[in-house]
Design a protein around this ligand. Structure first.
Ligand code: ZN
Length: 56
């Protein structure tokens, strides 16, 4: 990987800590949401997206 410039800090942090991604929110992201192969996104209980159960 050669993306040292840019979001490396965020990446390293995400390995061990995941805070709510809501702008300005500094709450621990207790809820992880992964869409397909995208990296999981974390939100606190207040800002978590509406969870829609998958239907096959
Ligand atoms: Zn939040």
């Amino acid at each position: 990987m050669s993306d040292e410039a840019g979001s490396s800090t965020r990446k390293e942090t995400a390995l061990h800590e995941h805070w709510c991604e809501h702008p300005g929110c500094e709450t621990w992201g207790s809820f992880g949401f992964a869409a397909g192969k995208a990296e999981p996104r974390w939100f606190c209980m207040e800002h978590r997206p509406e969870w829609k159960p998958r239907h096959a």
